[in-house]
Design a protein around this ligand. Structure first.
Ligand code: FAD
Length: 304
């Protein structure tokens, strides 16, 4: 891949200052480890994002949109493609009545807090999820009996080829447990329209504080991770199965099955992506041997 020629073509729209060759992906992911991406670009608006998609598709170059990188692990060998990071320029949040429009790059914590300040209830569940609106819709993120599907009304989408924008209704997004149609089409979320309801500001704040306290108590938040590493198996819990398989605290290199929450794999400081992936495989095969359940990773693993 000729990076300089790609940068030249992308820079017809995107400022070169917002393009980083050989980007260290540990700086853009919550696991704080992993290899480089051949190029990371941060489009400044929809037009720039659309230009980038057209160029990359035309040239047949592998690429991926990311948000806050809190559900992402890049292999140590790196990603030989272009990462399009949806960040600050896409963070706008507007509230009118009970309707919130939130840009793909807006952080869930920020959106939840703005909802609370406007005495709107419904978003409390997401206040401690360290992702963006885009990543949350893509994953149908959820916690504590809430999930994005309960509050989203529609979404503004850019097609994967960068050629058109259109609106998708909640039904068209096909949201189910940690799934949306975006995982199949590769289309990109630009903005979500969320429907909240009037509530009591004090109760909303109290609920968010309660959920934060529960996270602080039950999750190893002082170590880098990507949250629960595995999806919840049908009628069961990954953490419970991992614990029952005797894997709590299991360590490989710098990666560890958290002793606080066995569903988390944490980076104790010097973990490589390979440590994490190898530990994940041991967990999967051991849990399968002991319980017959094959755990499926929730974390997206990319790279060569
Ligand atoms: C400590 C911790 C706790 C967590 N707790 C929870 C939890 O309670 N519940 C939960 O569901 N998750 C949880 N997570 C996981 C993660 O925060 C969520 O999955 C979050 O929604 C990911 O958002 P992101 O912006 O970081 O996405 P990224 O990690 O950047 O990307 C994840 C996927 O989304 C896609 N994507 C990102 N933006 C867009 C877009 N605009 N359009 C299309 N696709 C896009 C990417 O291509 C990628 O495949 C936790 C993570 C951590 C580190």
């Amino acid at each position: 891949m000729n990076i300089n020629s790609i940068i030249d073509e992308l820079s017809l729209r995107i400022d070169k200052n917002r393009m980083i060759p050989d980007a260290q992906m540990r700086e853009y992911t919550s696991f704080k480890t992993g290899g480089t991406a051949a190029l990371l670009a941060e489009p400044g608006n929809v037009d720039e994002l659309s230009h980038a998609l057209k160029v990359l598709n035309k040239r047949g170059i592998e690429h991926m949109v990311i948000g806050n990188g809190s559900n992402l692990l890049v292999k140590d060998s790196g990603y030989n493609g272009v990462i399009l990071r949806i960040g600050k320029p896409f963070q706008e949040i507007d509230i009118t009545g009970e309707r919130m429009e939130a840009g793909a790059g807006a952080l869930l914590s920020e959106a939840a807090s703005k909802a609370g300040n406007a005495s709107l209830t419904g978003f409390e569940f997401a206040s401690g999820i360290p992702g963006t609106i885009g990543g949350a819709v893509f994953m149908n993120a959820g916690a504590y009996d809430g999930e994005i599907s309960q509050i989203i009304e529609s979404a503004e989408i850019l097609s994967a080829d960068g050629l058109r924008t259109f609106t998708m209704s909640k039904d068209e997004l096909e949201l189910s447990y940690r799934h949306s149609i975006l995982q199949i089409t590769g289309d990109i979320l630009l903005k979500a329209v969320l429907r909240l309801t009037k509530g009591d500001n004090e109760k909303i704040t109290a609920r968010m504080n309660e959920l934060t306290a529960r996270r602080n108590e039950k999750q190893p938040l002082n170590y880098p991770s990507a949250g629960s590493f595995f999806k919840r198996p049908h009628n069961n819990f990954a953490g419970k199965l991992i614990q029952e398989a005797g894997l709590r605290g299991l360590t490989l290199g710098g990666a560890q099955v958290s002793s606080l929450h066995s569903g988390f794999i944490i980076n104790t400081g010097e973990a490589t992506a390979s440590d994490i992936i190898n530990l994940m495989e041991i967990v999967r095969s051991t849990v399968y041997e002991k319980s017959g359940v094959l755990l499926e990773p929730e974390v997206r693993i990319i790279g060569d």
